[in-house]
Ligand binder design. Structure first.
Ligand SMILES: Cc1cc2nc3c(=O)[nH]c(=O)nc-3n(C[C@H](O)[C@H](O)[C@H](O)COP(=O)(O)OP(=O)(O)OC[C@H]3O[C@@H](n4cnc5c(N)ncnc54)[C@H](O)[C@@H]3O)c2cc1C
Length: 223
């Protein structure tokens, strides 16, 4: 995993709010200062007086006048803990945007998409959904319990399939990879995978076996 350190290119952004979603997950909203980015990109964040910075995909939409990231507070994690303690009016250091987990305008209009996320890997897809409402996609969200289906009202119900591994529910019970095995994907589908590397490697193999060529597979590995 790439880990950024403080850079002279950092800019300072004021925190607007820290909104808890679950015991461990929250949304940090900050001033945008007209920063431009492409949906799917990430930024690097850190707090003042601490040299460490970490990468976070942009969660908010491209037309919103604030910036948001969704963060899981990791056990024994450093930056994910510091960011959660911030109060409105305090500031963060921000670098970026970075990354190529994006969709070009022609593909956006013509392709069908499969989005596959685990946990906070939902972030770039939340940004896509807000920024490109015309997009034709199916979104699989791998979570342990239904409380981790963060802010899912952003996604039309017929596009969003939670895959819940540790709770019986009316939704798919099992991991996203099991769902893909049971529901083969057309080779021309553009497949975007985001989250932990175990899911990404496994999904990559399954999709390849189903005939999806490498040029239709895109991945953003968080850890
Ligand atoms: C391109 C990119 C985009 C990212 N976007 C997001 C995002 O939108 N939201 C988000 O929450 N994280 C995201 N991450 C992960 C994030 O950058 C940090 O790794 C994470 O917040 C932990 O940082 P920390 O300083 O708290 O923990 P550290 O002190 O750096 O590390 C603690 C340990 O936690 C592990 N770890 C990291 N993330 C997780 C996790 N989610 N669950 C369990 N273990 C984990 C690390 O592998 C490490 O072993 C992204 C990473 C990359 C590379």
């Amino acid at each position: 995993m790439e880990t950024a350190t403080a850079s002279r290119h950092s800019t300072t952004h004021t925190v607007q709010s820290v909104r808890d979603l679950t015991d461990s997950t929250y949304v940090l909203r900050m001033d945008r200062h007209n920063m431009s980015f492409s949906p799917g990109q990430y930024i690097s964040l850190g707090v003042n007086d601490d040299i460490n910075m970490r990468e976070y995909s942009v969660y908010s939409g491209v037309d919103q006048d604030f910036l948001e990231v969704i963060v899981k507070e990791v056990d024994n994690g450093h930056v994910s803990k510091l960011l959660r303690r911030l109060k409105p009016g305090q500031s963060v250091r921000l670098d970026g945007p970075f990354g190529f987990f994006t969709i070009d305008p022609e593909t956006r209009q013509n392709a069908d998409f499969l989005f596959v996320a685990t946990g906070t890997g939902i972030s770039p897809f939340h940004c896509f959904a807000l920024s490109y409402p015309e997009l034709r996609y199916t979104l699989l969200h791998g979570v342990r319990t239904s409380e981790e289906c963060y802010d899912n009202d952003v996604f039309p119900a017929d596009r969003y399939t939670p895959c819940i591994s540790r709770e019986s529910s009316a939704h798919f019970n099992g991991r996203v990879t099991e769902y893909i095995r049971q529901n083969p994907v057309k080779p021309e589908t553009k497949c975007y995978l985001c989250g932990n590397c175990d899911m990404i490697y496994e999904a990559f193999d399954i999709l390849t076996d189903q005939g999806v060529p490498a040029e239709n597979l895109f991945a953003e590995v968080y850890f």
